[in-house]
Ligand binder design. Structure first.
Ligand code: ADP
Ligand code: TRP
Length: 335
């Protein structure tokens, strides 16, 4: 199966990114039947406030993270979106197939309009069409993402259908692939998804030190937390969220059994957070120990990271160029 996904270089990765998306990327590249493409969506990241001084470091750091988590240049094509001009060229063509109200309906756009009132730029609005181009230019069949990206993927399928109806069958309609934890919630407000924009204490970064992880888990909202009219909802969601993180990171048989017991206690209203939380912190710390080691090693070799991205661009670019050529022919631009 042809598989593609991307991630924005904008700050550190958190366990929501890993458990919702990257965990699946690593799994999917392990199947020889899959043809996997994963990229750094740097053009998408320009739609938010950013510092030009930081950007190139963010791109390299994210690539290091992906490699440290297990993506490999032998198994997947790993590349930087902005180095392949064909994505944005296809975006222009696809733009003419999309209606303004369709983009106005996008939940992520509406959320970001509220969050960055001072910078409601056209890129933010057109974000889903660039995403559709990223996917369709490789004729991908499946896209592993977290739940928040499903609406964008539905639009991608609609664009593919529209193109096929108008110009003849060409693009597959890509499906989404979700993990068992497609939406990890914020530690400080479990009614919202865990996100970089939720503030430092709301997420666990993969690069957090063991000490910080312990502190963050300890102060996470659980069954005793939450006040006001959402208190009941928040309380339940907080406990469920922490349990689902435990479950997703439990690898051994013993850890699975441990999870079942915690779950039973939680259901009966008897879960002792004073015991459960330190165990959860320990599980997170151990799970990402190997990642932290690999990351430290890879950080010492920026030339290797640049080479991985360059090789990826070479491979992806050839495919993207071919698709764009075919598209131009189909829509009548080739004289
Ligand atoms: P953020 O919301 O922190 O800025 P991104 O938009 O860069 O994260 O998301 C990168 C990938 O991680 C996407 O596939 C997205 O669906 C997934 N993802 C982000 N947050 C979560 C979450 N809380 N739970 C599960 N998956 C998530
Ligand atoms: N919009 C995605 C996110 O915020 C990133 C992304 C860009 C993407 N292009 C893509 C994901 C293509 C999958 C396929 O996480």
């Amino acid at each position: 199966m042809k598989i593609i996904s991307g991630i924005q270089p904008s700050g550190e990765l958190h366990i929501g990114n890993y458990l919702g998306a990257i965990k699946n990327w690593v799994r999917l590249q392990g199947d020889q039947k899959n043809d996997c493409f994963f990229f750094i969506a740097d053009y998408h990241s320009l739609t938010e406030d950013y510092s030009p001084k930081e950007k190139s470091k963010e791109i390299l750091d994210l690539t290091i993270d992906l490699l440290a988590l297990g993506l490999g240049p032998k198994k997947s094509v790993i590349f930087q979106q902005s180095q392949i001009p064909f994505h944005t060229e296809l975006t222009w063509i696809l733009n003419t197939l999309v209606k303004i109200p369709e983009l106005e309906r996008m939940t992520q756009f509406k959320d970001k309009v509220k969050k960055q009132k001072h910078n409601i730029n056209i890129g933010l609005f057109d974000y889903p069409v660039l995403m559709a181009a990223d996917i369709l230019i490789y004729k991908a069949e499946a896209v592993p993402v977290g739940e928040d990206q499903i609406q964008h993927l539905e639009l991608t399928r609609e664009i593919a259908r529209r193109f096929n109806d108008k110009f003849g069958k060409f693009f597959p309609e890509p499906k989404s692939i979700l993990t068992e934890t497609p939406k990890i919630m914020s530690l400080t407000d479990p009614t919202k998804k865990m996100s970089k924009s939720g503030g430092d204490k709301s997420y666990i970064a993969l690069a957090d030190s063991p000490k910080i992880i312990k502190e963050k888990v300890k102060s996470a909202v659980s069954d005793s937390g939450g006040q006001g009219k959402n208190a009941g909802l928040t309380a339940q969601a907080g406990g469920d969220n922490l349990l689902s993180i435990f479950n997703a990171l439990a690898e051994t048989k013993e850890e699975k059994v441990e999870y079942m017991n915690y779950k039973k206690d939680h259901k009966a209203g008897k879960l002792k957070y004073s015991q459960f939380k330190p165990r959860l912190a320990e599980l997170i710390i151990n799970y990402f120990a190997d990642y932290r080691k690999k990351r430290a090693k890879l950080s010492k070799n920026p030339e290797y990271i640049k080479k991985v991205l360059k090789d990826g661009v070479d491979k992806a670019s050839a495919i993207a160029e071919k698709t764009l050529k075919e598209v131009k022919k189909k829509i009548g631009l080739t004289i």
